[in-house]
Design a protein around this ligand. Structure first.
Ligand SMILES: [Zn+2]
Length: 289
């Protein structure tokens, strides 16, 4: 009994220690289990977040693809609008240029008797070789003026003997030629309505070298200068030697625009040898510099 009594504080102490240890490990186990649960939960949350992130990345990719598609659609639309406004601009420009100005007129090609150029300008008298008032197409005049100035700068005497001729004036002129030359005038002066002069963009040059006469013009330095340089100002020789449309007229030049004159010069071709459809493609650039 006494031993038991003696031993009991020790047992008690051990018991307490065991209890403490049990309690502590119990707590540790509890804490550990709790952490494990937290960890599982956290892992689950990470998984959730990863899934959400992946989903939102997919959404983002889809959105950016949709955005790209929309952007391309917009660009296409913008291009279409640009194309349309380009076409409208070209049509507008073309609508302001008289298509007659690049059409063929000779014994073979007829010009409507009612045709009148939209606007004429008087050629300053210092360039005219007679006492008459001579007129030229207002939009083509700056090109003719540049040509006359350039010839003068090169020491070439070049004047205008005849510019615009109305249908009626051509009729009178033809009548006068017919009286003087008889039926030979058919090859010499165009019938009214067949003359490029009615366009306002054709003219006959003259020079002091021939005393102002048309005859012999092809043997002058003025003619040589025109043959070398007129295309730079948009002018061409309408009826060259041996053409099938008209008599050779070395003094008679026509404004067809710089682009077409360049093309004819580069390819050694003549206006009347081209197909009208090919000529017409140059109409839009007729008055371009
Ligand atoms: Zn002429």
């Amino acid at each position: 009994m006494a031993a038991a009594t003696k031993a009991s504080p020790l047992v008690l102490g051990l018991g307490v220690l065991v209890l403490i240890l049990l309690g502590a490990s119990g707590y540790s186990y509890y804490a550990l289990a709790k952490s494990a649960a937290s960890l599982t939960e956290a892992q689950s949350q990470v998984r959730d977040l990863t899934t959400k992130l992946a989903n939102s990345e997919t959404d983002n990719a889809q959105l950016s693809e949709a955005l790209q598609t929309e952007k391309e659609r917009n660009d296409d639309f913008q291009n279409q609008i640009d194309d349309i406004s380009g076409t409208v601009g070209k049509l507008d420009k073309l609508s302001k240029i008289d298509p007659e100005l690049l059409e063929k007129y000779s014994k073979v090609f007829f010009l409507n008797e009612n045709y009148i150029p939209s606007k004429l300008t008087q050629i300053p008298q210092r360039w005219v070789s007679n006492a008459e008032d001579e007129y030229f197409h207002a939009q083509a005049w700056p090109f003719l003026e540049d040509l006359l100035d350039a010839a003068k700068d090169d020491g070439i005497n070049l004047t205008v003997v005849s510019g615009y001729r109305s249908f009626d004036k051509q009729k009178v002129l033809k009548g006068a030629y017919t009286v003087t030359y008889g039926t030979g005038a058919n090859a010499f002066s165009a019938d009214q309505g067949y003359s490029e002069h009615q366009l306002g963009t054709a003219l006959d040059f003259s020079t002091k070298e021939t005393g102002g006469a048309l005859d012999g013009f092809q043997n002058t330095t003025a003619y040589d200068w025109l043959a070398d340089n007129a295309y730079k100002y948009g002018f061409i020789l309408s009826y060259p030697p041996n053409n099938t449309y008209y008599e050779y007229e070395p003094w008679h030049w026509r404004f067809v625009g710089k682009d077409l004159a360049d093309y004819l010069h580069d390819h050694k071709k003549h206006f009347y040898d081209l197909d009208q459809r090919d000529i017409d493609t140059y109409l839009i650039d007729l008055f371009d510099n």
